[in-house]
Design a protein around this ligand. Structure first.
Ligand SMILES: [Zn+2]
Length: 281
C-alpha cells in the first residue's frame, strides 16, 4: 500500500514500519500489511499555510496577560473561540487553584499538527507556549492551561503534573460543563479500576514516551487515570480551601518531590497520609 503526500503537506505517521521515498514534489510512503494488523494506523496530513495571530489582553491576578493564538490562515473562527475560552478558563483556574496565574505576561497557544504535539492532543512546553490540535476538545485546553500552575510548582514527578492538571480541569468543568465533568471523572476512575490489576505500577517514576503510540496507549492512559484518582483522593480528604493553602506552599517550595509533597499535605490538613501514599506512589 502507498501513501503519496505532496510537498506542501506535513505528514505525521505513527511509529510503524514503512519505506519513504522523497521525489521532487512529493513523498511516497510504502507500507507492508504488517503495519495494519495490530492497530488502526493513524495518519495525519496538514496542508502548510501561513500562520496568523489573534490576540487579546486578559487581566489576571492583578496583572495583564497577553494571550496570542497562532492559527493557520482560514481558521480565524477557531482562533477566536480558543481566545475567548482561554480568557474564560484562566480566571476560573485562578479561583480553583487559589493561586494567581503564575506564567509570564505573554501566553502563546499554537494551532499544531499532530507531528508537533508528537501524537498527544496538546502540549504545554512550560515556557509560555502551548501546542493544541485543531480537534482538541475544551478539556484539553483547560488541562494545558492548568500546566502553567504545575510547571510553576516545579513538580518532580509526572503524577503530580498530570494529576493536578486533571483535578483542576475537572473543577473548572464542574462550573462550565457539569455533564462533561462527571463524564471525565467516571471515565478516569473506571479506567483506573479496570487496569490497576494489569499494570499495578507505583506512580513515582511513572513516565510517558516522548512520542505517543497506540501500542502503549493503554499504559499511558493508566498512568493518567491513576494520577487523577490519587490527587482527587487527596483533594477530597484535604478539602477545597486547605488544598489551596497547600497549593500556595507547593508553589513557594521551589521544587517538590514526593516527600516534600506529603509533608505539605499533612501540614495543612493535620491528617495522616502515609497509607494513601503507599497505595499509590
Ligand atoms: Zn498534561
Amino acid at each position: 500500500m502507498e501513501l503519496i503526500v505532496p510537498d506542501n503537506y506535513e505528514a505525521y505517521l505513527e511509529d510503524v514500519g514503512y519505506g519513504k521515498e522523497n521525489l521532487h514534489d512529493r513523498a511516497v510512503y510504502t507500507f507492508g500489511t504488517a503495519s495494519f494488523q495490530e492497530f488502526p494506523l493513524r495518519i495525519d496530513c496538514v496542508k502548510t499555510v501561513d500562520l496568523m495571530v489573534a490576540s487579546k489582553v486578559v487581566s489576571l491576578g492583578g496583572s495583564n496577560v497577553n494571550i496570542s493564538v497562532e492559527y493557520r490562515k482560514g481558521n480565524y473562527e477557531w482562533a477566536q473561540d480558543v481566545l475567548d475560552k482561554t480568557a474564560t478558563y484562566l480566571p476560573l483556574l485562578e479561583d480553583v487553584w487559589g493561586v494567581p496565574f503564575p506564567g509570564n505576561s505573554n501566553l502563546i497557544i499554537r494551532e499544531s499538527s499532530i507531528a508537533e504535539t508528537k501524537g498527544y492532543d496538546g502540549f504545554n512546553y512550560g515556557n509560555g507556549t502551548i501546542s493544541l490540535l485543531h480537534s482538541a476538545e475544551d478539556h484539553v485546553l483547560i488541562h494545558e492551561l492548568s500546566h502553567s500552575w504545575t510547571h510553576a510548582c516545579n513538580f518532580e514527578q509526572l503524577w503530580m503534573h498530570e494529576g493536578y492538571a486533571n483535578l483542576y480541569t475537572f473543577l473548572v468543568l464542574q462550573q462550565t460543563n457539569p455533564k462533561k465533568a462527571l463524564a471525565m471523572k467516571s471515565e478516569l476512575e473506571e479506567d483506573y479500576d479496570k487496569k490497576e490489576h494489569q499494570f499495578a505500577q507505583a506512580l513515582d517514576g511513572w513516565s510517558i514516551p516522548d512520542e505517543y503510540n497506540s501500542s502503549s496507549s493503554e499504559k499511558i492512559g493508566y498512568g493518567y487515570s491513576k494520577s487523577f484518582v490519587f490527587v482527587s483522593d487527596i483533594y477530597e480528604k484535604v478539602g477545597f480551601e486547605r488544598m489551596q493553602i497547600a497549593n500556595r506552599k507547593l508553589l513557594a517550595a521551589g521544587k517538590v518531590n514526593t516527600s516534600g509533597h506529603i509533608s505539605i499535605i499533612e501540614s495543612v490538613s493535620d491528617k495522616d497520609f502515609d497509607q494513601m501514599y503507599s497505595n499509590f506512589v
